[in-house]
Write a protein that binds this ligand. Sequence first.
Ligand SMILES: [Mn+2]
Length: 222
Amino acid sequence: MARSSRFRRGEHQRETSWRQDPLYDFMLKRTAKINRKTKETDIVLTLNVDGTGKYSIKTPIPFFTHMLEAFARHGLFDLNLKATGDTHVDDHHLVEDIGLCLGEAFSSAVGNKKGMTRYGHFVLPMDEVLTLAAVDFAGRPCLVYDSKVKVGKIKNFDIELVVEFFQAFVNTAQINLHIHVLKVGNKHHVVESVFKAVTRALDMATKIDPRHKSIPSTKGSL
Ligand SMILES: [Mn+2]
């Protein structure tokens, strides 16, 4: 009997306090679904910020698909993406529009950022290459992209599109993102290290820290 009543008391305490728990808002809600269709591209994307890195990515650009798979896996974000577009013209429209949709999904999923860490950073080695990414969910879009490898091709993929992707992502996510390739090398390593460093920084920044009882800003909003 004693054990049973303790259990009931515990249940009751949880019942009355769970709505005040900053974790509660997010465990249920940090997801987003984005549909975007224009004459150039058709994109359906779902994101769960509190995922485990499960993904299903379908784009007609194999190297870019590889990058987005790495993004989902290493940021522990669940990401489903089906994207088609006028890639017979150029990959530019589709890569940029996926960046816009992914940024929109992050912005929507994190909501008012209550209880969120806000800042994140990562320094990622990939063999001879070393890349730093730092992010602030500031509510203001700003990208600083610093790499000696900004042009060229990886198979058919145009490396110039990497900065286009992150600029689009930053614009709709409303974040401040610094990407610095500190040590260049193989082009595939450079680009992949950028995607992995960014996603690890995003994972850190989007984590809920229960010590934050409110929105992580002295202004009171972000
Ligand atoms: Mn690779």
